[in-house]
Design a protein. Structure first.
Length: 735
């Protein structure tokens, strides 16, 4: 069977500590490979490094299928940019801290191997020391004594925020002898019922209905922030901040807030100043086997470049006003990158003495060895599923007849077939369609072990989130998108008004600015219950200029939106005043004026004639052949539309939309090729220096050997090179 052969092959990795490259490992098979590595590791934990958060989520879901009884821990990166003004979301921080506190406690020697999934963004960032998380929790046990004041201090110091109603991780509320709180890593909030100093019960409850759902005998509370605002931490921050940036003169909102013991939005980006030292995530897993995602090297380099670019951007902008920053924005004094992030040299040093396994979908001949040492190779001879695109396009072919015939041929060849869908509904629909077209016994399976136990000739149907299926040994997995070219998407049901209210109101904190559709900018001051006509109504209380109050019933919350302006002072509107109506009227007139101008521009564009630019025969096909992937249907459609525009003789006015990795750059490359070969100059304008560097490298590689000269311009390009580029551009020597 496929999994036994795979296990035998992977056993060689456990037998020898080295750097390995597993070739022929198509995307989608990662979870199966990790499950088999953990099975044969003898208790050694697996740390798998994924290239981004999207891959992390997909892999976590896939491991529920391939290894349902295996403990899987998730360590995501912050959901904000390096050197941002925003703090990471409490859910993200809670998941990180739950993993750190679990790993900080030594695992029993007899325990099974765990699989830890971490993104590159998470691993290049330093974390609080492991020793500090070994016993940082606050234990609670039903029937035991609890010091309420000590509990409140723990919650305040460790990042919990006080709330009227506990809805989100990191919130707590105290009402007499009842304490509601939502610890990180918990699936439901907790309700502590105190009688005097005795904790009578610990109950879980549904945050939507606030009704109890069960009881717990004991629980250990964990922090919800990587920064604990103890007096010692505050003093360390103050001393370190002054040492780095000198005496703090004038208004520094961060320094003032922390000095007062208050949390400040974005303070996590100065994490090293709050601690007496930081570890790396590798220190939490000193003996783990490390596996690396597909395209790991490029993703790591891009992440490190992103950190450097954002640091240099902060340095070049300085603070506010005269120092070159944004007018009205607070000073931003960034920490040097090495204080908070690993660099490439330290990353390599951390992995030098470990068993490291790099996964790649390429075959053994095209897999490059790792620089700086011997890399042993292991070829699994797997490949991505070819899919059924040809059957979808064919005129006289029924798609599901083609799928059924393919499955029959796979069984004849001795392969086990598993059809994967993204949801229970899509799996059931595919199952019905396959059965109607002659596939015998398509059987739903909850996990991989059940699929392996199916009799020969049966087809397993599983909820398994793979973008593309794969073939690996005697196993063939066919994905939903391999068959349909897309997912069976179902629209999400609309929220009921009560759900919408809870989701929106819980996102507001007292003091937040909001905009009322009719009355303008006000300040939210919490929820109140008002009796009208003998019945109580929950209302949001808004304060306007002069202290006027406006009460908005929760069922009408859609008239409010969050105020989205930046850091400067904001003037509240006056209830009944003409200011808001005047501004609204001016804005509507400006929109009308803009619409008139846009219509005029569109009319002028339609009357203009553009240059005819057609792809040169032969040479264009050679250029396209350098693209190392198979184009998707949407990508080919976008390329065809752009080439039609270029050859139409009309000015192009087209927007190509697509997610990261969907192939937009290839569309731009082919358009640039056609324009350059027609004798035109091409400018590719990008929003960041990082993208400028990446696209320049891509263009140089793709145009190699062709009579095209490519230059680059950004604030990081040396002045001599930038001057030469501008001169060549002006003289027509640069394409």
């Amino acid at each position: 069977m496929a999994h036994l052969r795979l296990a035998d092959a992977l056993a060689r990795i456990h037998a020898r500590r080295a750097h390995w490259t597993i070739t022929g490992a198509p995307e989608g098979a990662d979870a199966l490979i990790l499950a088999e590595l953990a099975q044969g590791s003898g208790g050694q934990d697996i740390l798998h490094v994924v290239r981004d958060g999207h891959r992390l989520e997909r892999l976590e879901e896939a491991l529920r299928f391939f290894a349902p009884d295996r403990e899987v821990l998730i360590f995501p990166g912050w959901d904000c940019l390096p050197y941002d003004r925003q703090s990471p979301h409490p859910d993200i921080v809670g998941e990180r801290l739950d993993t750190l506190t679990r790993l900080a406690v030594d695992k029993p020697a007899t325990a099974r191997a765990r699989i830890v999934l971490a993104s590159i963004g998470a691993l290049v960032q330093r974390v609080p020391r492991r020793a500090g998380y070994a016993d940082i929790g606050f234990p609670l046990k039903a029937g035991a004594a609890v010091d309420l004041a000590e509990l409140q201090r723990f919650l305040a110091d460790n990042g919990y925020g006080r709330s009227e109603t506990v809805m989100e991780p990191g919130e707590f509320a105290i009402r007499g002898g009842l304490v509601d709180l939502f610890p990180p890593g918990a699936t439901e909030p907790l309700r502590l019922d105190l009688f005097g100093d005795t904790l009578e019960t610990i109950r879980t409850f549904d945050p939507m209905s606030q009704r109890s759902t069960g009881t717990r005998a004991q629980v250990v509370l964990k922090p919800v922030s990587e920064i604990v605002l103890t007096p010692a931490a505050i003093e360390r921050f103050r001393a370190g901040y002054r040492e780095l940036f000198g005496n703090v003169a004038g208004h520094d909102a961060l320094y003032e807030a922390v000095s007062a013991g208050q949390r400040y939005q974005g303070m996590e980006h100065w994490l090293p100043l709050f601690h007496d030292g930081l570890d790396t995530f590798f220190d939490y897993m000193p003996d783990a086997l490390v596996t690396q995602d597909q395209q790991f090297g490029e993703a790591l380099e891009a992440r490190l470049e992103l950190v450097r670019d954002y640091y240099q951007a902060r340095q070049s902008m300085g603070g506010k006003g005269a120092r070159g920053g944004f007018a009205g924005a607070p000073d931003y004094r960034p920490l040097p990158p090495e204080r908070l992030y690993l660099d490439a040299a330290e990353w390599r040093r951390r992995l030098a003495d470990r068993t490291v396994v790099a996964l790649t979908s390429f075959d053994a001949a095209s897999a490059a060895p790792e620089a700086g040492g011997e890399t042993r190779a292991l070829d699994l001879d797997g490949r991505r599923h070819e899919g059924f695109a040809a059957a979808r396009k064919a005129q006289n072919v029924n798609l599901f007849d083609a799928v059924a015939a393919h499955i029959a041929a796979a069984h004849q060849a001795g392969r086990r077939v598993l059809v994967a869908g993204f949801s229970d509904g899509s799996v059931e629909r595919l199952r019905t369609l396959l059965r109607d077209h002659g596939v015998a016994a398509p059987t739903p399976v909850p996990d991989f072990r059940t699929a392996q136990a199916l009799p020969a000739g049966a087809v397993g149907m599983a909820v398994l989130p793979v973008d593309n299926g794969f073939l690996l040994g005697e196993l063939e997995i066919i994905g939903e998108e391999d068959i349909l070219g897309d997912r069976l998407v179902r629209p999400k049901p609309k929220r009921r008004p009560s759900e919408r209210f809870i989701a929106e109101a819980s996102a507001l904190a007292e003091g937040d600015l909001v905009v009322h559709r009719e009355h303008g900018i006000g300040r939210y001051e919490g929820l109140v219950a008002i009796e009208v006509g003998g019945a109580k109504h929950d209302c949001l209380r808004l304060i306007y200029d002069g202290g006027d109050k406006l009460f908005v019933p929760v069922e009408n919350i859609d008239v409010l939106s969050r105020y989205g302006a930046a850091d400067g002072p904001v003037a509240l509107d006056r209830l009944g005043g003409a200011g808001w109506q005047a501004r609204s009227a001016r804005l509507k007139q400006r929109i009308r004026d803009m619409a008139d101008k846009l219509i005029k521009i569109a009319a002028e564009r339609a009357l203009k004639r553009g240059d005819l630019m057609s792809p040169p025969e032969g040479l264009f096909e050679e250029f396209c052949a350098r693209f190392p992937y198979e184009e998707t249907d949407d990508q080919l459609g976008a390329i065809s539309d752009v080439l039609d525009d270029l050859s139409s003789g009309k000015p192009m006015d087209r927007l190509v939309c697509g997610d990261v990795g969907f192939g937009k750059t290839e569309v731009a490359l082919r358009a640039a090729f056609v324009a350059a070969m027609t004798g035109k100059q091409v400018a590719v304008v990008v929003p960041t220096t990082l993208l400028a560097r990446q696209h320049h490298r891509t263009f140089v590689e793709r145009f190699e050997g062709m009579p095209v000269r490519i230059g680059r311009l950004s604030r990081l390009v040396p002045s001599k090179e930038a001057s030469e580029t501008r001169k060549a551009l002006k003289e027509g020597r640069l394409d």
